[in-house]
Structures are given as C-alpha cells and as structure tokens.
Design a protein around this ligand. Structure first.
Ligand SMILES: Nc1ncnc2c1ncn2[C@@H]1O[C@H](COP(=O)(O)OP(=O)(O)OP(=O)(O)O)[C@@H](O)[C@H]1O
Length: 312
C-alpha cells in the first residue's frame, strides 16, 4: 500500500477486521476512496459502517487489516492527520452557551488556511443564526453547523455521517450542493447515509456492506444499470392478467403485479418484446398509458442484496 501522504488514496482499507466480544462488526472489509471523489457507505443498521468510519478516523483500533488515510496510519499518525481531515461530530464538543458564529470561528482558528467562516454560514443558510447560542439552534441548524465545523479547516478528506439526517428539503439541497462543490475542489468525501437518493445523487462510488463485509460496489449507474436492462413497466387503465401476459410473451418472461394498474415484465427488453406487450394489450382491449424500460432504483438493489429495509 502506498505510504506517500501526498499522492496516496484518501482512504485505503484492506482486510479490516474488528470484533466486540462475540460480535464481528467488520469482517475482512476492503475499501478505497480516491482523492476528489465521494464514496457512499451504505448498509442496514448494525452492518459495520460506523465502526469502519471510526477506525478510519483513528477513534477505534482495528483487530487486523491495513488502514491508510491520506497515506498515514490513523492511530500512530493521528496528530499529523487531524489538520488534514474533517469529522462531523453529532452535537459533539459544543459549548452550549457559545454562539454559532463564535464556534465556527473557533474551529477555523485551528487551521492555517481556513475557509471564510462567514461564507460558510451564508452557503449553509446559517447567517441569520450566527449570534444564536448553540443550545437554541434547531436540530437542523445544529446539524449544518457541525458540517460547517468539519469543513472550515479546508480538509483534504471529510467524513460525513448522515449529513442531512433531519434536515428539511431546502437545507438538504444546500448541503448536497456544498458537498458537490467540495468534491469539485478535490476534497474526498466518505459519506455514510441511510438515504439512498442521497447516495445516488452525490456518490461517485457506492459500497454496500452487510455483516461487516462488502456485498456490492460500483458507481450508482453500475449498481442499478445491471438490473435495469431486463424490466418493462406497464401501466394500464384496467388491471392486467399477469399470468396471461407472461404466457403470451413466452418462456423467457415473467410478469408481476406492481400495483392495481401497474405490472412489471421481467425478461429481455428488445424492440420485439415491447411490440408484443403493446400488441397483447390491443388484443385484450386494454389501454396502456405507459410502457417504459424500467429504471431499478438503488433502494430495490439494496433490498435485493441485503434482504433488509434501509432502517431495520
Ligand atoms: N463499542 C461497541 N461495543 C460492542 N458492540 C459494538 C460496539 N460498536 C458497535 N458494536 C456492534 O458492532 C456491529 C456494527 O455496528 P456499527 O455501529 O458499526 O453498525 P452501523 O452499520 O453503523 O449501524 P447503524 O446504521 O445502525 O448506525 C453491531 O452489531 C453493533 O452492535
């Protein structure tokens, strides 16, 4: 694994194992995050995401495996790493009486070349509450301030743990825009989230873990595209006899109801199969209002891989 702290990947993890008593939280995990990329770590509750991130942050010691963050060991090189990484602490380290603007300026004072705190407050929609004591901020404002504190030191790598949890739609978009700008400026982002649309929107690479192991990885398009090629979504004004449609299409096709007047045809999507579905509807005097080569959502991929709802 390269050790050069300048050109090394932002995060390189190989064969990581962490046990807590009888529980194996991380079980031989590999991970690689390049500079200027956003990697979203997804997984059901208890999958091992937080443990992995805390090991990368240097807060938890692994049992075995190799971990390099910006080419350095997160525990033995922690002092050198601190100034180069940003960590979003949930309500952490706050002086409840301190004002939002003061807290951010204090964080900025630890950095040799910080971002302008007033600019960050503005971008995150916090200017109006700069003089508000931390304890009086709403949950969403505290969340955005935690993000600002993680970013103000101009880190090369930032760890974001559910950065938009609890934010309203407007605030979520502000945060998404800021995260995208960071990436464009070359910052690497390791994002953990339960929001699959957030991962799909932001991530260059998604790693889905379960039981401490990687179960799938790739770009959002890789993960959803592989399963999207073999589905048609048919919406009709009256319910469809899915068995009859499947028989009409032949042995390569299955047909499943997906709602009162929607069904999914599973099988090769070709110009001929689309024509056959439309012709069958005409023969049955059924009005098709939509016939689309379906996009499989990341949520469907996640469910099929982990067998679990996002929040179990
Ligand atoms: N300090 C600890 N002591 C004992 N067990 C722990 C500790 N930290 C984590 N675990 C266990 O390790 C496993 C992985 O937990 P972890 O918090 O990493 O999962 P996660 O993917 O972050 O879950 P969530 O989505 O709920 O935050 C779980 O079974 C958890 O109970």
């Amino acid at each position: 694994m390269p050790l050069d702290p300048v050109s090394a990947p932002a995060v390189a993890v190989r064969g990581l194992v962490k046990r807590f008593g009888d529980t194996t939280a991380v079980d031989g995990l590999d991970l690689r995050l390049r500079r200027g990329q956003i990697l979203a770590l997804l997984g059901p509750n208890g999958a091992g995401k937080t443990t992995t991130v805390e090991i990368c942050e240097g807060f938890t010691r692994p049992d075995s495996g190799e971990v390099r963050v910006l080419g350095l060991d997160p525990i033995s090189d922690n002092d050198r790493l601190r100034a180069r990484i940003g960590v979003m602490l949930q309500g952490g380290g706050a002086y409840p009486g301190a004002k939002a603007g003061e807290m951010l300026r204090l964080c900025a004072a630890y950095s040799a070349d910080p971002l302008d705190p007033d600019w960050l407050l503005e971008v995150l929609g916090l200017t109006d509450c700069a003089a508000t004591p931390y304890r009086r901020l709403s949950g969403g404002q505290q969340q955005r301030l935690a993000l600002a504190c993680a970013l103000v030191g101009r880190p090369e790598l930032v760890f974001l743990d559910e950065p938009t949890a609890g934010l309203d739609a407007h605030a979520r978009i502000l945060v998404w825009e800021l995260i995208s700008r960071l990436r464009d400026d070359g910052v690497a982002v390791l994002l953990t989230t339960h929001l699959l649309d957030e991962a799909e929107e932001l991530a260059d690479e998604i790693v889905i873990i379960d039981h401490g192991r990687v179960v799938a990885s790739g770009t959002p398009a890789d993960l959803t595209g592989a399963q999207s090629q073999d589905r048609l979504r048919l919406v009709t004004t009256t319910p469809v006899d899915t068995e009859a449609l499947a028989i009409a299409l032949g042995a390569d096709y299955r047909c499943e109801p997906a709602g009162a007047s929607t069904c999914t045809v599973i099988g090769p999507v070709t110009p001929q199969s689309i024509a056959r579905v439309a012709a069958w509807c005409a023969d049955e005097n059924i009005l098709a209002t939509e016939l689309t080569a379906a996009h499989v959502s990341l949520e469907e991929v996640f469910l099929s891989l982990t067998g679990l709802a996002v929040r179990s």
